[in-house]
Design a protein around this ligand. Structure first.
Ligand SMILES: Cc1cc2nc3c(=O)[nH]c(=O)nc-3n(C[C@H](O)[C@H](O)[C@H](O)COP(=O)(O)OP(=O)(O)OC[C@H]3O[C@@H](n4cnc5c(N)ncnc54)[C@H](O)[C@@H]3O)c2cc1C
Length: 173
């Protein structure tokens, strides 16, 4: 039991060479005594009959395998932008991110996008929030301009109709 308590309780297995989170977070994680990080390592097998008892990992570019006793696993493999909803409407880049202009507008007129799903640099909460605010401002501007152009069109139509009605009346007289 004493040995068990001394074991790390949380294992991070990553296939990258090192943790890619913010340095401040990595530094903090490295101070946790109950955590162990396996870098440049792949999880290759979940062990256990009815429930999980461990995970077999293999160091990349080697045949060295280790079995780590484990009671639970959280799987997080990369990030894929969920842009399928607008695939046929807007331009996407090779990562399937929605390509946006500085005002968050897309290649489809009237459709705006913000946050991780776009090609903006930096997948962070503060950036996504700021981009969301920017998109909201751009949407407002777009709607105001649209309303203005619709009412101008309406005025033009009414004016033209009145002019031609007046012309017809003159011809009659
Ligand atoms: C494990 C992890 C740790 C992170 N840690 C940090 C951190 O420490 N600091 C930091 O700043 N950032 C961190 N991030 C990044 C941060 O979470 C994102 O940058 C931020 O959440 C992006 O916000 P968003 O609104 O663009 O997207 P999301 O927060 O992903 O929100 C998108 C929403 O849209 C919904 N959705 C998707 N498709 C559809 C659809 N078709 N119809 C309806 N709804 C849909 C989703 O369900 C989701 O709720 C982390 C991300 C991950 C995955």
């Amino acid at each position: 039991m004493r040995n068990y308590i001394r074991w790390p309780r949380l294992f991070i297995i990553i296939s990258e060479y090192e943790l890619t989170a913010d340095h401040a977070i990595v530094d903090r994680i490295n101070t946790f005594r109950n955590m162990r990080t396996y870098e440049n390592t792949r999880a290759i097998r979940f062990e256990g009959e009815r429930t999980l008892t461990g995970v077999t990992v293999r160091k990349k570019a080697s045949d060295e395998k280790t079995s780590i006793p484990m009671l639970g696993v959280f799987i997080s493999i990369g990030m894929q932008p969920n842009s399928s909803l607008v695939t046929k409407l807007v331009e996407l880049n090779h990562k399937r991110e929605i390509v946006i202009r500085p005002d968050c507008s897309t290649t489809y007129r009237g459709l705006f996008a913000a946050g991780d799903v776009t090609n903006v640099f930096g997948k962070r909460i503060v950036i996504a929030s700021g981009e969301g605010a920017k998109a909201a401002m751009a949407v407002r501007k777009y709607l105001l301009e649209k309303r203005e152009s619709v009412s101008k069109q309406h005025i033009n139509k009414t004016y033209t109709a009145k002019l031609s009605e007046a012309g017809r009346n003159e011809e009659k007289n």
